[in-house]
Design a protein around this ligand. Structure first.
Ligand code: FAD
Length: 139
């Protein structure tokens, strides 16, 4: 069964670009092997990640991610059966920290700072639909 899991967490320390790069390299290597796709955003010290794939594979990966010391305060924000994947191009894509993406964050925020913990599942789904189509990505 194909599912989508969305969670948020906070960075446990200030991460430098190389830290994010290391997470992406490991993600792309591992996710390709187990057929997981998705997207990872990091803004204001908050990670927001959507994972798509087989229910068991996503569940196993989420539990591995939970034990990673690079983040804390994980919270599942949305978990749903899906008919098809959204992120067919990326085993794990990462949203670039560019001015051009700020407007997208703001569009789905209740306040001037992006806070995924307070977002409803429908808003989160709309946010991921939008970034899939309109955001700039780390190449
Ligand atoms: P390696 O990458 O070789 O790492 C070996 C061990 O060292 C792991 O236990 C790892 O947790 C730890 N480690 C590596 N670098 C650091 C560091 N700088 N600080 C502390 N510990 C470190 N992994 C995926 O496979 N797919 C994902 O989609 C994914 N998303 C992630 C999202 C977030 C927000 C975070 C924080 C991590 C994510 N990871 C993801 C990484 C995951 O938590 C594991 O680190 C990774 O899957 C382990 O890969 P590996 O077995 O190839 O080990």
């Amino acid at each position: 069964m194909l599912i989508q899991l969305t969670y948020a967490s906070r960075t446990s320390k200030t991460l430098v670009p190389d830290d994010l790069k290391a997470i992406l390299v490991a993600s792309q290597r591992n996710n390709t092997r187990v057929g997981i796709t998705g997207a990872l955003c990091l803004t204001n010290g908050i990670f927001l990640q959507q994972l798509e794939g087989d229910r068991t594979a996503v569940s196993l990966l989420y539990h591995r991610i939970l034990s990673d010391p690079r983040h804390r305060d994980p919270a599942i924000l949305d978990f749903a059966e899906i008919v098809s994947r959204k992120f067919t191009k990326w085993s794990m894509g990462s949203l670039a920290s560019l001015e051009s993406n700020r407007g997208i964050y703001l569009k789905y925020s209740r306040s001037s700072s992006f806070d995924p913990y307070s977002m409803a599942p429908t808003t989160l789904r709309a946010f991921f639909d939008e970034i899939m189509s309109n955001a700039a990505w780390v190449s």
